[in-house]
Design a protein around this ligand. Sequence first.
Ligand code: MSP
Length: 639
Amino acid sequence: MKKTFYITTPIYYPSGKLHIGNSYTTVLCDTVNRYKGLRGYDTRYLTGMDEHGQKVETVASELGKTPMEHVDDIARDTQNMWRTLDIKYDDFIRTTEKRHKTVVKKIFEQLLEQDDIYLGDYEGYYCMPCESFFTETQLEENHTCPDCGRETELVKEESYFLRLSKYENRLLKFIEDNPGFITPEKRKNEVVAFIKQGLFDLSVSRTSFDWGVKVVSNPAHVVYVWVDALSNYISSLGYGSSDESLFEKYWNGDEVVHVVGKDILRFHAIYWPIMLMALNIPINFKLYAHGWYMMKDGKMSKSTGQVVYPEPLIEKYGLDPLRYFLLKELPYAGDGVFTPEDFIARINFDLANDFGNLLNRTINMINKYFDSKISKPRKSYFEFDKQLTDLVSKTIEVYKEDMDKLNVSSAIQNVWTLISRTNKYIDETKPWVLAKDEDAKKELNSILYNLVESLRHIGILLSPILINSSKELFKQLNIPLELQTWDSLKWGKLGAVEVTDKPTPIFPRLDKKIEEEYILDLLKNNVVEETPENLIEIGDFLKIELVVGVIKECVVHPDADKLLVSQIDTKDKVRQIVSGISKFYTPEELVGKKVIVVKNLKPVKLRGVMSEGMVLAGKNKKELEVLEVSKLKAGDIIS
Ligand code: MSP
């Protein structure tokens, strides 16, 4: 029976187009999955989308779509993109699918019944304009919102909590007993240090939005992101359904690997194993956390245009160069940087010069000296032969170790050491000199055979990485299918060969200057001055009812001296409005002012005092000024 291998990417938020940063994980998993397939494993590869949450609800409504329409669009685009990257996944799970939601509901209710989930109060600082909750430590000075700088409000909301604290010691012991559970080591140490600080129970439900899986026993709550998202790794295998065969086979099989970025390590290394412990499901997975792709000036960011998308690079340079770059340039335990210079250099030096040229030279020499046919030599003629064959065996071993650790970057470097050694072999044996000597035909044949045999090994090792060019290598060298397998990685398995008489370079050399400029231009096009997400329809604006209000009275808030409480006449009534402007105005200065009021804002209590609207003000870094009118009267409409 074949051993099983199950690999997963994180499921992506539908927050827009995925860039090369988040594509990296998917390419990495695809590569490792293909490698395991090559090794004879029965593999399963899962990716998908994390489609619930308040943000989806908000973005969809901004785009004039229902949340479902919005996530359908993004899921379709994402799947198209994976097709372009030739990602061979077996399943694409979406958290909005019934098969997933049923499992989440079941898990939640079971944990609730067992008292691993309990009802409590969530306390956080709420910024109304941003619709976001923050913890106290995330806030700016004076409890203002870290995103928009406005005053936040301390709110309490009923919420369910997962008892993390109860499992703290069991989890620490598990990590200690399973040294390979989290890799690289430095990431494991971060997790252990975090747990040792003490775990707080995790808020796992919300009542403030609707777009999510409803808690069966209390539908006022929706399950909050992580319990929903993490369950995808087993819901997609049919866990808890009438057919658990995939779950049995792959989860309870031989190897399970979750690949995640460093930013979401904690969720996978702490919440997920604790959920599994509580559910009495074996923690059979290993976790690999990779670093991030950065730009020269820092993080990839859509708003500054510091972002690279895969499609235009693939369209212009082909798929393999991008896969190669992504897999090679992100070191095992660190971050990587994308620059146009490096991207073009990798294509020109590594792919065209070192690898492509080796293949091309070899085929050209076979055509020139032997009319495209060579035979298997009876013996070795050169001292260099053994050095080459020894390196081939060693490369297979280190490659295997690296790939099993998901250190694809190092595996690539080792294959390139072999490529360089093979190029050097040509310089050492000088076939062009032997070609002049009629008596040296056998020696010359043996050199070319050794080159093809080395290239065949290189082709097999690169087949999970350079998926198109390895096929092209086999095609141009006419390597039979049975000699393209992992089991055929043994020097001398190759017999006589007849190579193509029409070789084409697999990676053409590029003009450095022209191509770097081309990519820089691509990046410039990515600068979004106004994304569709921040444009609104006129209808959206007209929803806001703005009227003139006259401030009749004003006092300092009894419990918050940063807030002023005004009584404002808007003709329909005198409304009470709380504003965070006491740093700029005394109550006396405000009384009598004719200001602009947002009339139809939902009433809200700010530090215990009801506020029915908002006063408009403009501000810069130093000043804030309440907007005033001169001729208009209370109740006049602003539009
Ligand atoms: N939905 C959650 C994951 C839930 S898994 C149960 C999520 N989604 S995400 O879309 O924000 O991120 C998905 C992955 O992309 C994460 O692993 C994240 O680390 C990765 N990356 C995002 N930007 C990246 C780079 N610039 N470079 C490398 N990986 C990056 O988090």
